[in-house]
Design a binder for this molecule. Structure first.
Ligand code: MD6
Ligand code: FE
Length: 208
C-alpha cells in the first residue's frame, strides 16, 4: 500500500498490482456476467444532454446514473427497470481489506472506456455520506489518472493506472478532484478488443 501525498491531503492510497492476472480474469468474467444482465448504457450530462465518452452500468443495491435530470443513485437499471446485479464477492473482499472500518459498499459503478474515451476532472459527491472511502479497480489498458485537491484549480499529479491496480480515495482526500486524461491503446491483453474498465465501490447512505 502506498500513500500518495497530494496537496497535503491524507487518505489517497495506491495499491499497484493488487489483483494478479488470474484474479483480473476472474473479476472480468464476473463483470461480463453483470453487464449481460445490466447492459452498458451511455449516460448524458444533466441539462445539456451531452453524452459521456464512457459507457456505464452498475452492480449493488444502488447504481449511479446521469441523465438530463441530474446525477443520482437508483435501485434499478434505467433501461430494463430490473434491480442491479450483486457486487462480485472478490470486490466485497477488497472492500473488507482496504475499507473495513466503513459499512458495506452499496454501489459499484462500472465504467467502460473505448479508445479515445476520457473522464473530466470531478469529485465523487453524490453520496449521502463521505465517511467511507471510494475504492477503485482498473482492468485492461493503462490510463493516465490525474488527482488534485478540494478545489478544481488546485495543483494536480498524474500517475498511470495499470490493469489490476487499486486506488482508494478516503479521509481528507475523499472529495479530491480527479479524472482520466487518456487510455493508452494496446497496453494490456486482458480485454480482447482493448479498452479499459474501471470499477468504483462506494457507500451511498449512512450506516444502518
Ligand atoms: C477511472 N475513477 O479510473 C475513474 N473515483 O476511470 C474515478 O472516477 C474514481 O478512481 C473515485 C475514486 C477513485 C477513482
Ligand atoms: Fe470518481
Amino acid at each position: 500500500m502506498q500513500d500518495v501525498s497530494i496537496n497535503g491531503l491524507k487518505g489517497l492510497s495506491y495499491l499497484p498490482g493488487y489483483f494478479d492476472r488470474a484474479a483480473q480474469e476472474a473479476l472480468l468474467r464476473e463483470i461480463r456476467t453483470a453487464v449481460a444482465d445490466a447492459p452498458l448504457f451511455q449516460p448524458v450530462m444533466p441539462k445539456t444532454g451531452k453524452p459521456f465518452s464512457v459507457k456505464m452500468s452498475n452492480c449493488g443495491p444502488l447504481g449511479w446514473v446521469s441523465d438530463i435530470n441530474g446525477y443520482r443513485y437508483q435501485p434499478s437499471h434505467p433501461a430494463t427497470g430490473r434491480p442491479w446485479p450483486d457486487i462480485p464477492g472478490r470486490l466485497k473482499m477488497l472492500w473488507q481489506e482496504v475499507a473495513s472500518a466503513a459499512p458495506a459498499p452499496e454501489a459499484c459503478l462500472i465504467n467502460f472506456y473505448e479508445t479515445g474515451a476520457k473522464m473530466g476532472l470531478h469529485q465523487d459527491r453524490d453520496e449521502q455520506t463521505f465517511d467511507a472511502p471510494v475504492v477503485s479497480v482498473s482492468l485492461g489498458d493503462t490510463a493516465t489518472f490525474r488527482v488534485g485537491g478540494l478545489k478544481r484549480n488546485d495543483p494536480t499529479k498524474s500517475f498511470r493506472l495499470q490493469s489490476g491496480d487499486v486506488v482508494v480515495l478516503g479521509g481528507e482526500a475523499r472529495l479530491a478532484f480527479h479524472g482520466i486524461d487518456r487510455v493508452l491503446k494496446g497496453t494490456s491483453t486482458l480485454l480482447k478488443n482493448g479498452g479499459r474498465i474501471n470499477l468504483t465501490l462506494r457507500r451511498v447512505t449512512p450506516p444502518d
